[in-house]
Design a protein around this ligand. Structure first.
Ligand code: NG1
Ligand code: MG
Length: 528
């Protein structure tokens, strides 16, 4: 829990062989460009990766566990520290992005001004910078010269935004190290940095959960992560068998970009309000006392409900007990929210009435960010969340079973192990497919292109396929037998990309569809 962000002097531990050569070229280019731009060498390079979510979609802000893995595409920020002035300069190696220069002293809050209404790229840097300084209460920070290089595709559901915010937090922390040491304060651990990054991204305007930041910062090589948020942030590595038959995850981007910040009022932030509203209505119906601030998420409703009615986990594994509770909550949702009055959506005034609040009170409690809609779906959103968490728990449990099969197989009956493993992979695929159905039908976060891609993927032999990340566009992720990856990719190139995007260059295609191994999380590079 108190491990620091790893400091490395060799990037080969971050990338698999096929990516390493291009990664080396990119890191070298960043250092060279930095010198050209600022006339000196950087002191260090911070790195934070994007992620693909395997399962557990739109449940993190309801307090539930998710199962993403870091990918190899990442955000790099090269930094030179200036201890004699607090001024900051920030630019991107790609000139298409505007640069930023500021002096903390002259901004309104003493850090940096951020206007979330203006969707400018540099807000993500500013959010991480400000979040960190505010948290550590640093008044006169060291100055920073920064240059960034990003390889996570934008708006693809692969979390380019969080990779950027996390990288900004890490870069800022490292730049302030001498100050912290002078005042004998401890350097925040990776866990603390993840928590700060989660809070920081909220400055940019969306009411985000915490999956992306935790995955970007805490991932370990060769493992996905099961990340829990409530009552505290906890990340447990989840491994996949590496002996034959092995599996791979293929990411395929629809190339429909979903601009999160701009669409939040009718999509992401609206879902946050709907799930919070559902939690409140369920709590009232179940006679669960609401906390003083009135705020409750769906995980807290589950915990409070089973504490009230009693639950015996005797003779059950942790996964079995969790699944039983989640199934029980799905029945409660049917009973309380599946009524004629609520099932097909309610108006804002009805939502407030069901919540036992006036419209002004509801707004004050639950609507911190602008939202815009006339119908609020409590039943369908809550049904998605409780069933999706059941699928995430079952997915993790199935991975653990597959690892046990692999361990037992060593020196035992190999044929039996192959048959058992395949059955478990099939189960993983079914869970992913079911997740896609619920994202589409109950959470309304899919789109035509995602439906088409995931169906094509299944037809091309994937065990399962689903959208990844917030949805409404962006990437899909498919579970594929490792030996079939090349054939699978060429099938999708032909059936999806050649038809919808015939003009893509070979290089663009490679970036649109690719297999990704679980990559390691954030790191700080201090070599030269
Ligand atoms: P995207 O938009 O794919 O980065 C978002 C949230 C996550 C999570 C997923 C849906 C941010 C930074 N991330 O991911 O926390 O809620 O949607 O599962 O907003
Ligand atoms: Mg994002």
């Amino acid at each position: 829990m108190s491990e620091p962000i790893p400091v490395i002097d060799d990037i080969s531990i971050l990338y698999s062989d096929p990516k390493l050569a291009s990664a080396r070229a990119r890191w070298a280019e960043l250092s060279a460009e930095f010198e050209k731009h600022y006339g000196r060498k950087p002191d260090f390079i911070a790195r934070s990766p994007g992620r693909v979510n395997l399962i557990g979609e739109h449940v993190d802000y309801s307090g539930f566990g998710v199962l993403p893995m870091a990918i190899e595409d990442d955000c790099l920020i090269a930094v030179a520290v200036n201890e004699s002035s607090s001024d900051v300069k920030f630019a991107n190696i790609n000139k298409k992005y505007s640069s930023l220069e500021f002096s903390p002293k002259s901004s309104q809050d003493g850090y940096v001004d951020i206007n979330p209404e203006l969707h400018v790229w540099s807000n993500y840097f500013a959010a991480g910078y400000r979040g960190l300084l505010e948290e550590l209460n640093i008044e006169t920070p060291n100055g920073m010269l920064c240059l960034m290089s990003g390889s996570v595709p934008e708006g693809a559901g692969l979390s380019s935004s969080s990779a950027f915010v996390c990288c900004s937090v890490i870069a800022t922390v490292k730049a302030q190290e001498s100050l912290l040491e002078k005042s004998q304060r401890k350097i925040p651990s990776a866990h603390e940095i993840a928590t700060i990054a989660i809070r920081s991204e909220r400055y940019v305007g969306a009411l985000v959960g915490g999956m992306d930041q935790a995955a970007s910062i805490l991932s370990k090589p060769n493992a996905a992560l099961f990340i829990e948020f409530h009552p505290v942030l906890k990340a447990t590595p989840v491994y996949f068998p590496t002996t034959q038959p092995a599996i791979a995850f293929v990411i395929a981007n629809t190339l429909v970009t979903s601009a999160k910040a701009e669409t939040a009022p009718v999509r992401y932030n609206l879902r946050v309000v709907e799930t919070r509203g559902a939690a409140r209505v369920l709590a009232l119906a179940l006679g669960i006392p609401l906390p003083a601030d009135g705020k409750f998420h769906l995980k807290q409703v589950l915990d409070a409900h089973y504490e009230k009615v009693g639950f015996s986990s005797e003779g059950k594994t942790e996964a079995e007990a969790d699944i039983e509770k989640l199934v029980g909550m799905t029945e409660v949702v049917e009973r309380v929210l599946g009524t004629d009055e609520i099932k097909n959506g309610v108006s804002y005034s009805k939502l407030c009435e069901l919540s036992g609040l006036s419209e002004a009170e509801f707004k004050k409690l639950y609507i911190q960010q602008p939202i815009r809609d006339e119908i609020f779906h409590l039943y369908r959103r809550a049904k998605h969340v409780y069933t999706e968490e059941r699928r995430a728990v079952a997915f993790r449990d199935t991975c653990e079973k597959a690892m046990r099969v692999q361990e037992k197989a060593a020196g035992g009956d190999e044929h039996k192990a192959v048959v058992e493993s395949k059955a478990l992979f099939k189960r993983l695929g079914e869970l992913m497919d079911e997740s896609q159905v619920y994202c589409h039908k109950y959470f309304d976060c899919s789109c035509d292109e995602l439906e088409e891609l995931t169906q094509l993927a299944r037809r091309a032999g994937a065990y399962g396929s689903r959208l990844s990340g917030a949805g409404w566009g962006g990437a899909s992720v498919s579970l594929v037998s490792e030996d079939r990856v090349p054939e699978f990719i060429s099938h999708l190139k032909k059936e999806f990309y050649a038809k919808h995007h015939p003009d893509l260059t070979e290089d663009q295609l490679e970036r649109a569809i690719f297999a990704s191994a679980p990559s390691s999380g954030a790191a700080m590079f201090v070599g030269h």
